[in-house]
Every structure is written in structure tokens, then in C-alpha cells.
Write a protein of this length. Structure first.
Length: 210
């Protein structure tokens, strides 16, 4: 059996949008007010891990389509970069969607889809595992598409004959009793007290010109 390291190096991987929506459902936060560095360090400290790196991933809307969120994520991403966080962004892909209303009529609208973020996270988790850059991959995400990464991590651990863990951390409250982490990973529930102690004091929302 592989030797379990006394000091476990953890790299945190944040799916920015997934975490935001989980926190909104669990705690009622209406915008992404979390500080990824503080949150990663808090969770790692509780688990007894050494947080060695934080990586953040999000889609960003085009400024012409949604100036508010474009400004928010651009400004927040710049600050994270100054904190030493590796930030990966990509533009949203737009397509027309049509929904049928209760009166039988239809309504079409332009919708921005976040494509490729889960794939990028999966690639980076596997790449860094091969490079032996972590003992724990800590995913702040509940996207079940990443469950296959857990299988690959176990294969890599066997090939390298070393101990590796993959965990899924997510906000949890009585409002979300059936919420689950990513299958085949260790689940870490983030309570309100922990989450609220890791809020970002900076406000990246654009100031009103009026």
C-alpha cells in the first residue's frame, strides 16, 4: 500500500460559476463574494493539508452583451492574479434558445453557455498529478462530469505507487439537504460560518455612472 505522506500538499481547483451557484442556493449570496485564496486555505487547514497552490476557472461574457459581469470577472480575476492565483478564463459561447410559454407562444433569447471549463479543470488535475505537484486535488465544484477524473487519478496513483486523494468541496446548508459532491471523490461540506469567514472585502461590481 502506498505510504500516506505526513504533510499533504493540496492544490485547489475552483470552478468559479459552479461555486457561485452552489453558494447562492445554500446561503443566499447573490454575487460571487468569496475569496478563493482564503476559502482554499480555510478548508485545507480544517483537513490538515498544506495549500500549495490555487487555480481558478470561469467563463466571462462579452462586454457588449453583459458589461456588468464582464467588468466584475475581469476585475476580480486581476486581483486574484495579484494574490498569486492561477486564473483561467474563456469567453462564453452564445446561441439562441427558444422556450414555449404557458399560453402556447414562444420566446427566443440569446444565452451564453460556459463551455470547456470542466474540460480545462480535468486536464490540469491530470497534468499536475502526472507531474507529482500535489497529494490532494481539492475541487471546489459539484460538476459530475469531473467524476471520471477521479478514476484517472487512481490510475495515476497506482502507476506512480503513491498516495493521492481527490476531494469535492461545496457549500451546504439545511436549504440544500440533498446536495452531493462529485461522485468517486471525498465530499467536504462547507458550512455558512466557514464560507462567510472567507468573503472578499473588495467589491468588483462596476460603479454607477449616475
Amino acid at each position: 500500500m502506498p505510504y500516506e505522506p505526513e504533510v499533504k500538499r493540496a492544490v485547489a481547483f475552483f470552478d468559479g460559476q459552479n461555486l457561485f451557484h452552489c453558494a447562492k442556493a445554500a446561503f443566499g449570496h447573490t454575487f460571487p463574494s468569496y475569496d478563493p485564496l482564503a476559502l482554499a486555505q480555510a478548508v485545507c487547514a480544517k483537513e490538515g493539508w498544506d495549500c500549495t497552490a490555487v487555480r481558478f476557472y470561469t467563463g466571462i461574457p462579452d462586454a457588449a452583451d453583459n458589461a456588468f459581469w464582464n467588468h466584475f470577472w475581469t476585475a476580480k480575476g486581476a486581483q486574484m492574479g495579484r494574490q498569486g492565483i492561477h486564473v483561467y478564463t474563456r469567453p462564453l459561447r452564445y446561441r439562441n434558445k427558444v422556450i414555449r410559454l404557458s399560453d402556447g407562444s414562444t420566446h427566443s433569447f440569446l444565452d451564453g453557455d460556459e463551455k470547456g471549463i470542466d474540460v480545462r479543470i480535468a486536464v490540469d488535475v491530470i497534468r499536475l498529478a502526472h507531474k507529482k505537484e500535489f497529494d490532494v486535488a481539492l475541487l471546489f465544484c459539484r460538476d459530475q462530469d469531473l467524476s471520471e477524473v477521479a478514476d484517472e487519478i487512481r490510475v495515476i496513483a497506482g502507476e506512480q505507487k503513491r498516495w493521492i486523494k481527490i476531494a469535492s468541496a461545496y457549500p451546504h446548508s439545511p436549504a440544500t439537504p440533498r446536495v452531493r459532491g462529485i461522485n468517486k471523490t471525498d465530499w467536504i461540506r462547507i458550512d455558512r460560518a466557514t464560507y462567510d469567514s472567507c468573503l472578499d472585502s473588495r467589491d468588483y461590481r462596476p460603479k454607477s455612472s449616475g
